[in-house]
Design a protein around this ligand. Structure first.
Ligand SMILES: Nc1ncnc2c1ncn2[C@@H]1O[C@H](COP(=O)(O)OP(=O)(O)O)[C@@H](O)[C@H]1O
Ligand SMILES: [Mg+2]
Length: 355
């Protein structure tokens, strides 16, 4: 189980620079998720880690050792991709055993290792089957089996669940996490899905346009997003972001927005007159009969367990989530209250968090 360090990593494809000066370190045994929108450089960083892509600048170290010139085969990593090409003419057993057979490992030992992997992955009853007779989830598990039997220092996953339906994705999330808790192999997992990141990671690296926006535990990233991008990317439905100017309201900090004033955390260092972005998550808006502010209901969406509301407030659209069923209709007037301690404040020009 090795540490992985990125030290000033840059990447260009010909004249196009897609990444510059990326530095961070992953402790041994951690499950780290690289999270970001499509095209932000996640796969490129993972492929450089695997040795499938050259490193244009900087150094990648595993277990303290420079990897830049090391052949992929000699890096002691195993990678699982979104598209898991199994050998259709081979049984599950042979698919999992393939890399061991290539390395001329004794048949006994291969059998032991494949059976162990199959047990971990719940594939014991399927070892004689061919891939065509497996479900999508089972095929994905076979692909993971191939990675497991290599006993690598580091697992690399690139959006391995993207091709599965929502229910199976949920199951596989738990399963991958369970395997990690059992084997403790350092894992780097790439996804654009913030739910996967939130539920699986020890630590999330939020990427955007070839840059790192924030690194932290899921709780840190959710509770204290470092900037507007992270605040907006994490959380579903998305955080409300409203622009306004800080003012003093009876000795307390607030934000002026049209005819309204919204309270800010008492502890905020935002100064009167400062242009800010006010962030509030839909779940942190309390709707009800009483309330400090009011708006007009534009849309109501019932998910079964919750009511999602689109509220027109002073020319802005605000989303709120109320527990249970709320009996409101389009056009109704609705009051709401926001606990100022739940408010995230960002500077408008830098978009960085202000505490
Ligand atoms: N082989 C390549 N040649 C040129 N540009 C590439 C190549 N691979 C990736 N890119 C570019 O690098 C950027 C990052 O891509 P990628 O790492 O695949 O993003 P992600 O995995 O986050 O969706 C994108 O702008 C993409 O177009
Ligand atoms: Mg990708």
């Amino acid at each position: 189980m090795a540490t992985v360090e990125y030290d000033g990593i840059g990447k260009n494809f010909g004249p196009v620079t897609v990444m510059e000066n990326i530095s961070f370190a992953i402790d041994a045994q951690k499950f780290v998720v690289l999270l970001g929108p499509s095209g932000c450089g996640k796969t490129t960083l993972l492929r450089m880690t695997a040795g499938l892509e050259t490193i244009s600048a900087g150094e990648i170290r595993m277990g303290g050792k420079r990897m830049n010139e090391i052949h992929p085969r000699d890096r002691d990593i195993a990678m699982v991709f979104q598209t898991y090409a199994l050998y259709p003419q081979m049984t599950v057993f042979d698919n999992i055993a393939f890399s061991l057979q290539v390395r001329k490992i004794a048949a006994e030992e291969i059998k032991r290792q494949v059976e162990e992997a199959a047990e971990i992955l719940d594939l014991t009853d399927y070892l004689k089957r061919y891939p065509r007779a497996l479900s999508g989830g089972q095929r994905q598990r076979v692909a993971m089996g191939r990675a497991l039997v290599r006993h690598p220092q580091v697992f690399l996953f690139d959006e391995p669940l993207s091709n599965l339906d929502a229910k199976l994705r949920g199951q596989m999330r738990l399963e991958i996490r369970r395997i990690h808790d059992r084997l403790n192999t350092t894992t780097i997992y790439v996804t654009h899905d913030q739910i996967e990141a939130m539920t699986m990671a020890d630590e999330i690296v939020v990427m955007n346009g070839g840059n790192i926006e924030q690194i932290g535990s899921p709780e840190e990233i959710y509770d204290r997003p470092a900037n507007c991008f992270v605040a907006d990317f994490i959380g579903s439905p998305s955080i409300n972001l409203l622009k306004g100017v800080v003012e003093n309201q009876d000795g307390k900090p607030a934000m002026r927005i049209g005819d309204n004033s919204l309270r800010l955390p008492d502890s905020t260092s935002a100064a009167a007159g400062q242009s800010i972005v006010y962030g509030i998550r839909p779940l942190d808006i309390e709707v009800g009969i009483d309330g400090e502010a009011s708006g007009t209901v534009e849309f109501v969406e019932n998910t079964g367990a919750e009511t999602h509301l689109h509220i027109r407030f002073d020319g802005h659209d605000i989303r709120a989530v109320a527990p249970g069923r709320l009996r409101v209709n389009h056009g109704d007037r609705l009051n709401f209250t926001i606990n100022p301690d739940k408010v995230h404040v960002f500077d408008q020009s830098s978009e960085m968090r202000v505490d």
